[in-house]
Design a protein around this ligand. Structure first.
Ligand code: ZN
Ligand code: ZN
Length: 166
């Protein structure tokens, strides 16, 4: 049986690793080849769901697969899958709920880190195109002033090859 301490550490590591993974996935997949799904998230939503929610469905299926494989062959994989699940819960509470107000209970942080998280993601949504966005994290938010500066720089001089498609 696996030590509780190491199980716990794996859960935490998977949770933190997910934010790093999500940052890259958001920047290079969702704002890259996967823009077709993510575009809906940068437009006003009609109805309850948006095409971007398909990413959540895909990740959920992957995690279910990880639990199954972990149970059969390698128990630590279940701890990793638990960390990813917790990340999914945090994503749905903070990104979908707090930032985008998609839950019936709405709350806006007035100060502190959570307020910064909301502002940072608003800056991400200041750009409606695939290229030129900043702030790709979902739980980690850099300094808002720095983000605004970077956004202005990107607007003044878009990166080479920037396309404003659709
Ligand atoms: Zn985006
Ligand atoms: Zn968003």
């Amino acid at each position: 049986m696996m030590d509780w301490f190491w199980t716990f550490m794996l859960v935490i590591a998977a949770f933190l690793g997910m934010e790093v993974f999500a940052w890259y996935a958001h920047k290079y997949i969702m704002h890259g080849l996967g823009w077709r799904w993510h575009k809906s998230h940068h437009e006003p939503t009609e109805g309850v769901f948006e095409k971007n929610d398909l990413y959540v469905v895909v990740f959920s299926l992957v995690v279910v697969g990880m639990f199954a494989v972990g149970d059969l062959y390698w128990k630590p994989l279940m701890a990793i899958a638990s960390g990813i699940t917790l990340y999914g819960v945090a994503y749905s509470l903070f990104h979908d709920g707090m930032v985008h107000q998609r839950w019936p209970i709405r709350w806006q942080p007035k100060s502190g880190y959570l307020k910064r998280l909301v502002q940072a993601h608003r800056i991400h949504h200041a750009v409606r195109t695939r290229e030129g966005a900043v702030s790709f994290g979902f739980l980690y938010a850099p300094d808002v002033r720095k983000l605004k500066k970077r956004l202005q720089q990107q607007r003044a001089a878009p990166p080479a090859g920037a396309r404003h498609d659709r």
